[in-house]
Structure formats: structure tokens, C-alpha cells
Write a protein that binds this ligand. Structure first.
Ligand SMILES: Cc1cc2nc3c(=O)[nH]c(=O)nc-3n(C[C@H](O)[C@H](O)[C@H](O)COP(=O)(O)OP(=O)(O)OC[C@H]3O[C@@H](n4cnc5c(N)ncnc54)[C@H](O)[C@@H]3O)c2cc1C
Length: 403
């Protein structure tokens, strides 16, 4: 895909800037980053210095006013080529958590939380969604919020929140938690309430950072809500509207996941292509053997198909006048097709890259094994590949479950 020709001049400039940044700042220390979070923070701070963090916030708060979706994808893909955890962190902090409040025009939320993201210091945001009782239940659109277990009750002028979340990225370090709650599970989608909670709220506490196989450069932990009180204005909007934003956020997250899968797959492919050029077998480079060339071709097919899917969807998201809002079943279906394909492609490409590198693929010295570990995660989150398939079919017919 000749992405260069499809991007605007500004998008190409940003692509080159992030590419150079990744090659200089991330590639040489990819393995060390997994062991030293101070190093990760120094990279994230450099991205703040480049203006990435404030890019997604309204200009009135000192932000950049928001990039088109395509530009965000370019940044995310290029960062994930270096390190997917850093890509995830940078994009979450760059506005995805406050985006519903920006779109809904919730001034109380923006006044309270936006300025800290528009300054010169690294600041974390968190989407606190996955209930400890089961993330797939929280994130399954067929269940319409009926199995969300984090409860919010309105008492006077405050929401009182109780519940436990598992695995949210940036739990424990974020200054704001967009918390997915229900006011009453029997109300289904009308019960869903998206409530912004300050990181220093009384009654909010966190588990230890999770140890995990991949995405080691971004922090995950449990979040505990024990009678946490926030002003009622910190609810995003109201019944029904919050659910629509939640489903739209799920759609956006599919794109985010797919774009990171793409960066991972590209990196793994590049490593294998290079390695098999210099590694000799039977007196010629490994990649000159036809069976290996065929595997490299299949890897390239998956990388290029993923790129076409991602930027086709990004283009659609940037043309809402033609394709409608991102929370329609059709758009979420297309986003989910792309996310499923991209995650499977990244796992397959990284796995084949290792296959072509023999035992050296296992060694951190060759930089490949981390991409295989990171790729696997993109199949697991957001309810996993199974729940995403429910989103896919809902774009074609009114698939629902009766219970
Ligand atoms: C690196 C990382 C970052 C993350 N970031 C965040 C974040 O920022 N915010 C956040 O809130 N969460 C986050 N998560 C959590 C993640 O989204 C959940 O772990 C995920 O959605 C799955 O939930 P679960 O682990 O509870 O699986 P479960 O709900 O226990 O599901 C177990 C398995 O059963 C399958 N399953 C369940 N129900 C069904 C069904 N009805 N039909 C078919 N299959 C089903 C699931 O697909 C899954 O394979 C993150 C996780 C990781 C690893």
C-alpha cells in the first residue's frame, strides 16, 4: 500500500518525525525499556515535549485541537513498531479518555481534568472498564450493561461508586479514571453511566502493577472503588447517551488495537527480512530458499492487508458525513473485523518471524521475541476475539441474545 501518497503533507511529516524518534530513542533500548520504567517515562516525556500528549485536547485548554483519525493511526503505528506499550500509553494520554467529554461538551469534566494534559509534564489517563467479575461481560455489547458490576448511586449532588476493576492501563498512576458503571443493571444500556473520577478521590485504591508476558512498558493494575464520591457533573451525560459513547469508545478501541497490531507485525517482518538476508544456509542466504521466500511473502500479505484495513477504516472515520457516526453497528462491525484480522496477523507474522530465525529468534539480542509477546495481548483485550465477533455480525443483522 502506498500510504505515503494517501497521506497529507502534514501527516507524512508527522510520520517521518515519529519514525525518526522511534529509530533513535526506542529501537536501541527496546529490551532495557521492559526492565526499567524510569526509562519508559523518559521516552513518554520526550513525546510530551514533541506535543503528542496535548494534541487531542481542545485549544481553549492549551491543547492541539485534535488530530484526524488517520494522523492518530500514523503516530500509533509508528510508535508500536518500536514498542507497543509506549504506543498505548502515549495515545491514551493524548486524549482518548477525555474524548467522550470533549464530544459531549462536558465543561465540568474538561475544566477539572484537561489542563494537566496540555502542560509540559507527563500526565496519565485511564479507561477503567474491565470489571473484576469478567471483562468480557463488561465489554460484550449483547449484554447491554446488564452484567456491569461496578455500581453508581446518586446521593444528593454526588455519585457514589462501588466496585472493582481489573487490568486498566495506567491504574495507580493516572490523574483521571473514566469509570464504566451501572446505575441499575436491570436498565440495560440505560443504566450505563460513564463517570470521571479524580485519581486522588477518597475511597479509590489500587492493586500492585500486574506482572505480564507482553506490553511490559505500560502499567496495569486493579482499581478498587469503596464509596468513592464525585460531583454529579462528572457523569459524562445521561441515560442512553453514556451507553452510546461507551459503544463508540469500544469501536475506537478496536481501531487502536488494530493499529498497534500493525506496528508490531511490521517490526517483526522487518527483523525477519533482515535476518534471513545475512544468515546463510547451504551456501546462500536463508531467504533465497523458496520455502522461506513463500513464508516471507505470506507475512508481507498480512502486513499489507492489515495496513489497508486500518487506513481504510481511519479514512471512513474521518468522513462521518458519508459513513455516519462511529457508534453505528456498521462502523463498529468494520472496526471489529479489522481488529480481529490485525491481531491474528500480528501473532502469525511474529510467530513466523521466529520460525525463520531458528533459536536466535528466542534471544532478546535479536529483538524479535518481545514482538511475539506483545502481539498476543492484542487478541485478548476488549473482550477478546470472540466478543469482537459478536460486534462483527451485528453490522449485518440484528444479532442479540435472549436470557
Ligand atoms: C495489556 C492490557 C491492557 C489492558 N488495558 C485495559 C484498560 O485500559 N482498561 C480496562 O478496563 N481493561 C483493560 N484490560 C483488560 C482487558 O480488556 C480484559 O482482560 C479483557 O477484556 C478480557 O476480560 P477478562 O480477562 O476478564 O476475560 P473473561 O471475561 O474472564 O473472559 C474469559 C474468556 O472467555 C471469553 N468469553 C467470555 N464471555 C464470552 C461470551 N459471551 N462469548 C464468547 N466468549 C466469551 C472471552 O473472550 C475470554 O477469551 C487490559 C488488559 C491487558 C492485558
Amino acid at each position: 500500500m502506498y500510504l505515503k501518497d494517501l497521506l497529507t503533507e502534514e501527516q507524512n511529516d508527522i510520520r517521518q518525525m515519529i519514525r525518526k524518534f522511534v529509530d533513535k530513542e526506542i529501537m536501541p533500548i527496546r529490551e532495557e525499556l521492559e526492565e526499567d520504567y524510569d526509562l519508559v517515562e523518559s521516552i513518554l516525556q520526550k513525546l510530551v515535549d514533541l506535543g503528542i500528549q496535548k494534541s487531542g485536547y481542545p485549544e481553549g485548554y492549551g491543547g492541539g485541537g485534535g488530530f484526524p483519525t488517520t494522523t492518530t493511526c500514523v503516530i500509533r503505528e509508528e510508535l508500536a513498531r518500536g514498542d507497543a506499550g509506549i504506543s498505548l500509553s502515549a495515545i491514551i494520554n493524548a486524549g482518548s479518555v477525555l474524548k467522550p467529554a470533549i464530544t459531549a461538551g462536558n465543561k465540568a469534566v474538561l475544566d477539572r481534568f484537561a489542563p494537566a494534559f496540555c502542560g509540559s509534564k507527563l500526565n496519565y489517563a485511564c479507561l477503567s472498564m474491565t470489571d473484576s467479575t469478567g471483562g468480557a461481560d463488561t465489554e460484550n455489547p449483547l449484554l447491554k450493561g446488564r452484567y456491569v458490576t461496578t455500581r453508581a448511586r446518586l446521593q444528593g449532588d454526588e455519585w457514589v461508586i462501588n466496585g472493582n476493576k481489573s487490568w486498566p492501563t495506567h491504574a495507580g498512576v493516572a490523574s483521571v479514571y473514566l469509570t464504566v458503571c451501572t446505575t441499575d443493571p436491570n436498565l440495560g444500556d440505560d443504566g450505563i453511566a460513564l463517570i470521571y473520577v479524580p485519581g486522588d478521590a477518597k475511597g479509590l485504591s489500587f492493586g500492585k502493577p500486574e506482572k505480564k508476558m507482553g506490553y511490559k512498558t505500560s502499567i496495569n493494575a486493579s482499581v478498587f472503588y469503596d464509596n468513592v464520591r464525585v460531583p454529579k457533573e462528572f457523569r459524562l451525560s445521561g441515560p442512553g447517551v453514556d451507553a452510546r459513547f461507551y459503544h463508540a469508545t469500544m469501536g475506537g478501541s478496536q481501531l487502536s488495537s488494530a493499529t498497534m497490531s500493525l506496528g508490531i507485525a511490521q517490526a517483526a517482518f522487518d527483523i525477519a527480512l533482515d535476518y534471513t538476508k545475512d544468515r546463510m544456509s547451504g551456501g546462500k542466504p536463508v531467504r533465497e530458499w523458496s520455502m522461506v521466500a513463500g513464508i516471507l511473502a505470506d507475512m508481507a500479505i498480512r502486513v499489507e492487508t492489515t495496513r489497508a484495513l486500518v487506513y481504510n477504516f481511519a479514512w471512513m472515520a474521518d468522513h462521518r458525513d458519508r459513513y455516519g457516526p462511529p457508534h453505528s453497528n456498521e462502523m463498529i462491525s468494520k472496526a471489529s473485523i479489522m481488529r480481529i484480522y490485525a491481531a491474528d496477523a500480528a501473532v502469525w507474522v511474529a510467530d513466523m518471524a521466529m520460525q525463520l530465525m531458528g533459536s536466535n529468534g528466542l534471544s532478546p539480542e535479536y529483538h524479535l521475541e518481545k514482538y511475539l509477546r506483545d502481539a498476543k495481548i492484542t487478541q485478548l483485550w476488549l473482550g477478546g476475539q470472540q466478543v469482537s465477533r459478536y460486534r462483527v455480525v451485528r453490522g449485518y443483522y440484528d444479532y442479540a441474545v435472549t436470557q
